[in-house]
Design a protein around this ligand. Structure first.
Ligand code: SF4
Length: 511
């Protein structure tokens, strides 16, 4: 049997016949891309090579979604997986049709359906009776988002177009309040199943028109003329952003930091660059510094820098956030610290480095906390670069009540270099961002991150998980451990150097 005949032999009773099927095939992800931007859809079909490949951390997020989807199948005992991959679509369609026709099959995972040139692979459909099915989409998110409704709308349209009766559309997602107590995961508590049928029906009425518009766009000889703006990151970061903005000035108005409403309003008024923003437009302090584009030093920067107490500890944690809890007394997406670095600067200028990295798959928190308290001692400021360390210290104290008083004392010694810089210093090369990845090259050019194997915290989390949960080659594990130590150590050494350079900027003695 020609698998595609499924789509032509079975009529769709409650939806219009659908647009003319062109030579291309849509998928639900392309449909969602098309809802975000027709130009994105056009590129995905005709010029996918223009996309920026996903970063390792983006790939890790996608893998986490896959893991959650696989785990969710345990919710439906007796369900049957259509194992054929995206390279075996005809076989997947045949297998799905067989399972649909078999009344003993209660649930189908990854079923493949085509209607009017649109292919969907469905996370789960559950048989309610001889003809009716329940559609379930699994997301590794903590709540329902508007884009999930569009996702369910196109899937239900295709299922009904392919001849199934969809009697209920559900979204299965993670319950971030679930606390894993160890042993077996309690899936009933870890997953939430929300009935979204009414909301999906409201979106379904739009699907036919939306598809017609997409097919019309795809038939054109060139891509639609759509300018990049705020829509490019909602609901997803568009992979064609770098291509669409390659000719934009570094002073493009959309690069102004802060809420995108202001930038969009300026663009609508025809203002292309930050330098053209009229004086009457109300800007935040940081936006004004970006507009002025000159170095700015607050009169109290020196006093703020001198407010540290020696020895000054420079502390940074690395964490990972598993969607599926792996350690007892954690929740989905709860950050777990696995590493810290501490550069200790004494009043005589001596700098000592101490660090901790958990290199195996056990819960790192208790040992990490004990060694951290030893390293930080009882005196001196604890310099950090964000509020994140404060949050993690509180979280560690909640998990380890016997260490809570000592950890609370550390919290009282925190001294946030990020807040000092945000409030008291600006350099044009920050380009509106106070991320240490922007601040460091501007102030300490010799000390960037581009010589490191690991260059950001998201990749550090990915590499740590690889090292402790999947990598079996001892040499590779050692290489990852070294790269993690170099990365975390660079973050804390960067703080030492930033304080030194800033002190020089205000004409003060460093030590
Ligand atoms: S970057 Fe923006 S304008 Fe360009 S394709 Fe993506 S969403 Fe569309």
């Amino acid at each position: 049997m020609d698998p595609l005949s499924l789509t032509t032999k079975i009529s769709a009773p409650d939806i219009p016949p659908g647009p003319v099927v062109p030579a291309h095939r849509l998928s639900k992800s392309r449909f969602l891309a098309g809802l975000q931007c027709h130009k994105r859809l056009y590129f995905e079909i005709h010029s996918p090579e223009l996309a920026t490949p996903p970063t390792p951390d983006r790939r890790a997020i996608m893998d986490m979604g896959t893991d959650v989807g696989v785990l969710a199948r345990e919710f439906f005992p007796g369900g049957v997986l259509v194992a054929e991959t995206h390279r075996q679509i005809p076989a997947a369609l045949v297998r799905t049709a067989e399972l649909v026709a078999d009344p003993t099959v209660t649930t189908i995972f990854e079923g493949a359906f085509v209607w009017q040139g649109i292919l969907v692979r469905v996370d789960a459909i559950e048989r309610l009776d001889a003809t009716r099915w329940r559609l379930i989409e699994v997301k590794a998110t903590s709540k329902v988002k508007a884009t999930h409704l569009d996702d369910l709308a196109i899937q239900s349209a295709v299922l009904e177009g392919a001849g199934l009766v969809v009697d209920g559309c559900y979204l299965m997602h993670l319950n971030t309040q679930y606390v894993f107590l160890g042993g077996e995961l309690n899936l009933d508590e870890m997953f939430a199943l929300d009935n979204m049928t009414e909301e999906v029906l409201a979106r379904r009425v739009l699907v036919h028109q939306q598809l017609q518009e997409m097919w019309d766009v795809l038939k054109q000889p060139t891509f639609p003329d759509i300018a990049p703006d705020g829509h490019c990151s909602q609901p997803y970061e568009c992979p064609f952003w770098n291509h669409c903005t390659k000719d934009k000035s570094p002073r493009w108005v959309l690069y102004l930091p802060g809420v995108s409403k202001v930038q969009r309003m300026l663009l609508q008024e025809g203002i292309e660059t930050i330098d053209e923003i009229p004086a009457h437009v109300q800007l935040t302090d940081i936006q004004q510094h970006v507009k002025a584009n000159v170095e700015w030093i607050s009169p109290v920067l020196r006093a703020r820098l001198q407010s540290v107490r020696y020895p000054v500890h420079h502390l940074d944690f690395e964490t990972f956030m598993p969607a599926i809890p792996v350690f007892p007394y954690t929740r989905p997406y709860r950050p777990i610290p696995f590493q810290w670095s501490n550069h200790i600067e004494y009043e005589d200028g001596t700098v000592l480095h101490q660090q901790f990295l958990c290199v195996d798959g056990r819960d790192p928190r208790e040992e990490l906390a004990h060694k951290l308290l030893d390293s930080l001692g009882e005196t001196g400021s604890v310099c950090v670069y964000s509020e994140y360390e404060r949050f993690l210290l509180f979280a560690l104290g909640d998990f380890l009540p016997h260490l809570k008083p000592a950890l609370s004392k550390v919290v009282r010694r925190l001294w946030d270099l990020l807040a000092v810089i945000q409030q008291h210093y600006y350099h044009p090369e920050f380009e509106g961002s106070f991320s240490i990845k922007n601040v460091l090259p501007a102030l300490v050019p010799k000390l960037a991150y581009d010589d490191l194997t690991i260059q950001n915290g998201a990749v550090a989390a990915v590499m740590y998980q690889k090292m402790v949960f999947s990598e079996t080659d001892l040499m590779e594990r050692a290489r990852i451990a070294k790269a993690l130590e170099e990365y975390c150590g660079r973050d804390t050494w960067a703080m030492v150097e930033l304080r030194r350079v800033l002190m020089e900027r205000v004409g003060g003695r460093y030590l």
